[in-house]
Design a protein around this ligand. Structure first.
Ligand code: GLN
Length: 497
């Protein structure tokens, strides 16, 4: 291959330029004065950080890639505008896996992120090279956002979640991570990874904060063609209101009396480490004490979700990343005679993991492979959606539109929310996250088995801290519900805090 600029996939294992976890990759200039922002604005004075794959005007939007390392956006992403208008104090850009592809935040031109949730109060390695055998991954791809919140650098951070990128770092760092229903928050200005799965969400310390930021972000935006209509939003809000209105009053001893919680048996695969179970069981017990009825349910297509996710997301990524040709924007490396015009730029600009996805995705879309890969994965996706539809009591708002309340088919035997461990284990050590030989990289993907189903179905999912395992590192529990019922999982989670 052409030898051009060096591939910048260096793994930096030292403190970053702004913080000792390497969570922050740049600082932001103060927000331009925005009219109508006052001390009563919903996020007035809330310090915030933004993942490096959101466009922020006149600030670097590197996507943690050498391809965009010197790229500065000329406009704010829709989510960034919403935050500014609500009075948020945007301070930093956070590290992430390159273009959002990864589970450990080690695939970054800015280097790896170190998990601040270390049980050894303060790390002995601050200011020196990290000990990769004891230091742990912050999770990915929104690892910098989770680490920044956990370390107290900001009150909240914007993240993106395509297959678990908010929930996994939230679980590993012991913070709250909300992946909203697909289409509720505008993706305009979020650099695309896989459009049919990408969502914009938030990482916070408390559920109340997540709810407040989410309510600022969730609104229709005509610039995002997949932004949910006002009608579906209202239909979902009505369904949630009905469920919450039927609950006992807030001062009740059993505020979740009437809520049915399903624990899917497929979410305890052989890969699940038993050390996450005690904390998870405590969450189940807490829900029962709060009056919820916890039952076992089945989501039979779950075991196929991971393969389907990696085929669909890589196929979409291969198409999305075709735009980085060295001509329009980003890195440009002069072509090497005898090689394809774009090869030098793309070889120098993309790291190994991104290249792997482009190759896998391009293959899955070729005429010979299409039926066995992309089409098959799309079928699995429909099965996953059907599983959730069968399990949930609340009907999908899209089925409710245009029907009278009497016509709406509600699955009376279903559950209101689904509860599962957020991840199969506590955070991996950086040594293991960086080990490229381990299962030829597939071990990294296995960390996503519990998060990808909700992504494939477009459902809201909230990862919240559930305590620590016997290794001293955080464990998360995740709540999932029907499309548009983000407020319901937030409501249940608030009782658990
Ligand atoms: N780890 C998954 C992947 O690499 C999810 C990433 C994400 O949600 N952006 O695709």
């Amino acid at each position: 291959s052409p030898t051009a600029a060096p591939n910048k996939e260096i793994v930096q294992l030292r403190d970053g330029p702004y913080d000792s976890f390497n969570a922050i990759v740049s600082t932001l200039p103060p927000s331009p004065a925005t009219e109508n922002v006052g001390s009563r604005s919903p996020l007035a004075g809330w310090t915030a950080a933004v993942k490096a794959n959101f466009c922020v005007k006149d600030a670097p939007t590197s996507c943690s890639s050498a391809m965009l390392e010197s790229y500065e956006s000329t406009f704010d992403a829709a989510a960034v505008t919403s935050l500014r208008q609500a009075g948020a104090d945007l301070r930093y850009v956070t590290n992430c896996d390159e273009f959002g592809m990864g589970s450990n935040n080690v695939h970054s031109v800015h280097g790896a992120v170190r998990n601040p949730a270390s049980p050894a109060q303060s790390s002995k390695n601050i200011g020196r090279d990290w000990d990769v055998e004891t230091e742990r991954s912050a999770g990915g791809s929104s690892g910098g956002s989770a680490a920044a919140v956990r370390a107290g650098l900001v009150r909240f951070a914007l993240g993106s979640d395509t297959g678990g990128s908010i929930r996994l770092p939230a679980a590993y760092c012991g913070v709250v991570g909300l992946k909203p229903s697909y289409g509720l928050v505008s993706r305009w200005g979020l650099v695309s990874y896989a459009d049919s799965l990408d969502t914009v969400g938030v990482l916070t310390r408390t559920v109340e904060d997540a709810e407040q930021v989410h309510s600022v972000l969730a609104k229709h935006d005509a610039r995002d063609p997949t932004s949910a209509s006002q009608e579906s939003r209202s239909a979902a809000a009505q369904l949630v209101n009905d469920v919450i209105a039927a609950l006992p009053t807030a001062d009740s001893q059993r505020p979740l009396e009437g809520i049915r919680v399903g624990v899917p048996k497929e979410y305890f695969p052989v890969e699940l480490h038993p050390r996450v179970l005690p904390a998870f069981r405590r969450t189940v017990d807490a829900l029962t004490e709060l009056g919820a009825e916890v039952v076992s349910i089945q989501l039979p297509s779950t075991p196929s979700a991971l393969s389907a996710y990696y085929i669909i997301s890589s196929a979409e990524a291969s198409s999305n990343l075709a735009r980085y040709d060295g001509v329009e924007y980003g890195l440009h490396v002069p072509p090497v005679p005898g090689h394809h015009a774009y090869a030098a730029t793309r070889t120098a600009g993309f790291g190994d993991e991104v290249r792997k996805r482009i190759l896998l995705g391009t293959f899955a879309l070729t005429a010979d492979a299409f039926d066995n890969f992309f089409l098959q994965a799309s079928r699995v996706r429909a099965d996953i959606q059907r599983d959730f539809a069968t399990a949930l009591r609340i009907p999908s708002p899209s089925n409710v539109l245009g029907q009278t309340p009497q016509e709406v088919q509600s699955n009376a035997a279903g559950v209101d929310v689904i509860l599962h461990p957020s991840a199969v284990d506590t955070a991996p050590t950086l040594a293991s996250a960086l080990n490229k030989e381990r299962d030829a990289g597939v071990a990294e993907y296995v960390q996503d088995i519990l998060t990808v189903p909700a992504s494939l179905a477009g459902l809201p999912a909230l990862a919240l801290p559930a305590g620590v395992a016997d290794d001293g590192w955080p464990v998360g529990a995740t709540l999932v519900s029907q499309w548009g019922c983000d407020r319901l999982i937030l409501h249940v989670a608030k009782q658990l805090q």
